[in-house]
Design a protein around this ligand. Structure first.
Ligand code: BTN
Length: 243
């Protein structure tokens, strides 16, 4: 495992996207102490105060995964993040640790971590993946427009050194990645941690407000729900928001 550290980058994902990924060794981590234009899901900005949090991108070559099974990588990454936070002795109640579909990590109902995965294909296989991870560590105040954020410091009142935490996180990712490579399906465990699985909740679905219950994910990672009036729906990320 190789870690390449930068004082400041626009975005570690953007940096990796510009690389010739075929030339990058599997499991190389590009870590920036500061991102000046961090990218979030749905084209949002990822706000992270300079030197306070972990912002990094990991380059992987999951050539063993068929192109239409990218979501397995998302599931494995989410579980690695859960592994790290679950073992965090300072957190009071690890039961409140949830994956909000597709891959936000929530503690006590607030978002502590976001992941942004992009892949490149070669034929029917994934030749490389850039897995961008932002974990809120020491930041205790966030801009008003950031929805529902928390951080390790907000949860525990303590400060953390970034590099040991990064190494711990990478070790957990490596373990989950190796399990995936060995053919272990992360889905059952992913579903165990999925926020609102089996629980009725209100969502905005396209232009509608609905009450629905999450029943699982399909092989492409689309979220499966049954509405309170018995309709079965499957959604991509742009189609559904938890209210
Ligand atoms: C989300 O919106 O939940 C995804 C956030 C992903 C943020 C990380 S920080 C490191 C990497 N570089 C980026 O610009 N984004 C990802």
């Amino acid at each position: 495992m190789r870690i390449v550290r930068f004082d400041s980058l626009e975005s570690t994902n953007k940096y990796c996207e510009a690389l010739d990924l075929a030339e990058v060794e599997d499991f190389t981590c590009y870590w920036a102490l500061e991102q000046t234009a961090g990218i979030g899901q749905r084209g949002n900005v990822w706000a992270s105060a300079s030197r306070e949090n972990l912002t990094f991108s990991l380059v992987l070559h999951p050539t063993f995964l068929p192109a239409d099974r990218q979501f397995k990588l998302t599931e494995a990454l989410s579980l690695a993040l859960v592994d790290v936070l679950k073992d965090f002795k300072d957190l009071k109640d690890p039961k409140d640790l949830k994956v909000k579909w597709p891959n936000d990590i929530h503690v006590d109902g607030k978002k502590i971590c976001g992941t942004l995965v992009s892949t490149r294909l070669s034929g029917n296989a994934i030749s490389s993946a850039v897995c961008g991870i932002g974990l809120n560590v020491n930041q205790t105040s966030f801009p008003d427009w950031v929805p529902n954020p928390t951080s390790l410091s907000l949860l525990t009142g303590r400060e953390y050194e970034l590099e040991p935490l990064l190494r711990q996180l990478l070790a957990c990712i490596e373990r989950r990645y190796n399990e995936l490579k060995a053919g272990l399906d992360p889905e059952p465990e992913y579903l165990e941690h999925l926020l609102n699985l089996g629980l009725p909740a209100r969502y905005r679905y396209n232009e509608e407000e609905i009450e629905a219950t999450i029943t699982g994910v399909d092989p492409h990672g689309r979220l499966l729900l049954t509405t309170s009036d018995g309709r079965r729906i499957s959604c991509g990320m742009k189609e559904i928001t938890l209210l």
